[in-house]
Design a protein around this ligand. Structure first.
Ligand code: IPD
Ligand code: CA
Ligand code: CA
Length: 254
């Protein structure tokens, strides 16, 4: 991999400044619904436009896939970008939303950055080189029993059309865990697993741009990323990230 993580951080933090300018002036920021529970704001569009222009200029050999603008022609090596993950939280003035940028080459995640501008938390990872939060190495938690665990989940915006809408699974797991959270940004949820702030996170019906960067951060922090059956890999339609120690137990409840 020949990208510079320092350059990537500069670019992603700059994108964060664009988002923050809108966040601080929400009453003048346009907010639309793409679908009944799926939002897009002027900030999503501005951040994605900036990242696409900057990353493709700096790294012309990589294609680009952004949530709002779709895929460029060459996708074998590409940036996978969610300009704002957690748009609904953003649009309500809450703090848990993030810019998510991953570099994927031949189906392998090589680098990832998740930046939460309102918290000024920058998570990053590169394959085989560990995971970091604001420049400091991070690791998943040591919690080994689900009974004492803190878990997080999310509910897809499509949930009213799904037979499995996650509510029964959430109920089962909530009864067997000490803490449950719903932060509203899958990219952040994954980084919180990586940072040991929660012990497991699961969600279904996501897209690669929601989870690509965060999944690499979890793996590089020593965690697991699987589907709901425990098969290793990044499966956005069924993603389970854990600290490894609670994996076997939570799988029995998925
Ligand atoms: C959403 C967030 C949220 C998750 C939704 C996603 P968006 O992404 O990741 O946590 O529950 O399923 O769609 O729409 O804010 O980019
Ligand atoms: Ca998203
Ligand atoms: Ca988004």
């Amino acid at each position: 991999m020949t990208i510079s993580l320092v350059e990537l951080e500069t670019i992603v933090r700059e994108a964060g400044q664009i988002a923050l300018a809108h966040f601080k002036d929400l009453k003048n920021t346009e907010i639309h619904k793409k679908n009944p529970r799926d939002f897009v704001t002027a900030a999503d569009l501005a951040v994605e436009a900036y990242l696409q222009a900057t990353l493709t200029k700096k790294y012309p050999r990589y294609g680009f896939w952004g949530e709002e603008g779709g895929q460029s022609a060459d996708q074998s090596a590409r940036w996978v970008v969610d300009p704002i993950d957690g748009t609904h939280s953003f649009s309500r003035g809450q703090y848990f939303w993030a810019i998510s940028v991953a570099l994927e080459i031949d189906g392998e995640l090589m680098a990832g950055a998740v930046y939460a501008p309102a918290l000024d938390d920058y998570y990053t990872a590169a394959k085989g080189r560990g995971a970091f939060k604001n420049g400091v190495a991070i690791n998943v938690s040591d919690e080994s029993g689900l009974a004492d665990a803190m878990v997080a989940t999310g509910f897809a915006c499509l949930r009213s059309y799904l037979t499995d809408n996650n509510l029964e699974r959430f109920g089962r797991i909530a009864q067997r865990t000490t803490g449950q959270r719903r932060f509203g940004s899958a990219a952040m949820d994954l980084c919180l697993v990586a940072d040991g702030q929660v012990d497991a996170f699961w969600e279904q019906e996501l897209n690669l741009y929601d989870v690509a960067a965060g999944a690499l951060v979890v793996l590089e922090a020593g965690g697991t990323v699987t589907d709901f059956q425990g098969n290793p890999g990044v499966f956005p339609k069924q993603i389970l990230a854990t600290n490894g120690k609670v994996l076997a137990e939570i799988l029995t409840l998925m």
